[in-house]
Design a protein around this ligand. Structure first.
Ligand code: HEC
Ligand code: HEC
Length: 207
């Protein structure tokens, strides 16, 4: 191949790479405009009031996009939810990146752990359960529940206890199967109902 042709191809690849980076960054302003259909459940700023609807405020944009792409696959996907499928079925990739970057820039609200559950919740979150093989949540979600974006570990800090509880059950029953290498399915399968309830409450007050 001629050098000039080679250079053209290389610069094309570079342009494709640069534009894909910009495309996946998303625009928070465009996302805010597009969030009109989400407000009823997730709130103006991504802090939902109903505890069954997740807070999105301050969550990593990459994690949010990943969830929206998975909902968009519908019944064939690893996170099938009829409500969210209806909300995202007609969104473009760009819409998804814009919406995710908007919610990522919002400030999350924090709740309170129930005083009767906080002791068991803290024990599981920080130490796991050695006898049943539950890994401590802190190992991946961090001491303050801030997760790790590059590793794909979401923030959980301040999330509604009911939503956390629902997700742990969904992982446990295999209804939610979009966790890489099955990490969350493996962990939740070893948890008792009481441990799930307590750790969910602990997370609601974690910050
Ligand atoms: C009718 C209520 C409703 C509307 C409207 C709605 N959602 Fe949701 N959303 C939910 C529920 C319920 C869940 C949890 C579903 C599950 O269990 O997976 C959810 C989950 C999510 C999640 C996953 C959060 C996480 O922590 O994993 C994201 C992201 C999301 N919604 C974004 C949106 C966006 C963006 C819109 C608007 C285009 C929207 N939602 C509209 C109810 C709603
Ligand atoms: C080995 C790492 C690891 C450990 C340990 C871990 N998690 Fe996770 N967790 C993940 C990953 C990865 C995901 C994201 C899955 C995805 O991409 O949808 C996740 C997702 C979650 C979610 C869903 C968040 C949302 O917004 O929907 C909850 C809730 C959660 N974890 C709770 C826990 C709890 C409670 C523990 C401890 C009992 C725990 N995790 C331990 C890796 C881990």
């Amino acid at each position: 191949m001629e050098t000039s042709q080679m250079k053209k191809i290389l610069s094309l690849i570079l342009i494709m790479f640069v534009s894909s980076v910009f495309a996946s960054a998303g625009s928070p302003d465009a996302g805010k405009t597009k969030s009109g259909t989400c407000v009823a459940c997730h709130g103006d700023d991504g802090n939902s009031l109903n505890p069954a609807w997740p807070k999105l405020a301050g969550q990593y944009s990459d994690y949010l996009s990943k969830q929206l792409f998975e909902y968009r696959k519908g019944p064939d996907g690893d996170r099938n939810d009829p409500t969210m499928y209806g909300m995202v079925a007609n969104l473009s990739d760009e819409d998804i990146h814009d919406l995710s970057s908007f919610y990522a820039t919002q400030k999350p609200t924090i709740g309170n752990a129930r005083s009767d559950l906080v002791e068991l919740g803290a024990r599981i979150y920080l130490g796991g359960n050695i006898s049943s093989g539950v890994t401590a949540c802190v190992a991946c979600h961090g001491p303050k529940g801030l997760g790790n974006n590059l590793a794909g570990f979401p923030k959980v800090s301040g999330q509604h206890a009911q939503y956390i509880n629902d997700q742990l059950r969904a992982f446990k029953e295999g209804k939610r199967a979009n966790d890489s290498a099955g990490m969350m399915r493996m962990i939740s399968a070893r948890m008792s109902d009481a441990e799930i309830e307590a750790v969910s409450s602990y997370i609601e007050g974690l910050h």
